[in-house]
Write a protein that binds this ligand. Structure first.
Ligand SMILES: [Zn+2]
Length: 73
């Protein structure tokens, strides 16, 4: 069983058009492509958040170095 992407009515798998609203339903290939795109976006966000964390750590290290040098003056 699947759900219409337009009206949300439940219908059988494999149909091409919703029998309630007539909206075309995504086929297996389209669903697979959407899933792979969603995974790519997920991994891109993961990589972006990891890069941000690395940048934050680098900034913290620089601040610590500056604070460490200042008392020697
Ligand atoms: Zn529908």
């Amino acid at each position: 069983m699947g759900f219409c992407i337009n009206c949300g009515q439940q219908h059988q798998d494999g149909i091409r058009f919703c029998r309630f609203c007539g909206n075309q339903q995504p086929g297996e290939q389209l669903l697979a492509r959407l899933r792979s795109e969603a995974e790519q976006i997920h991994y891109q966000r993961l990589a972006a958040s990891q890069n941000q964390k690395q940048n934050q750590n680098q900034n913290q290290n620089q601040n610590q170095n500056q604070q460490y040098r200042q008392p020697r003056w």
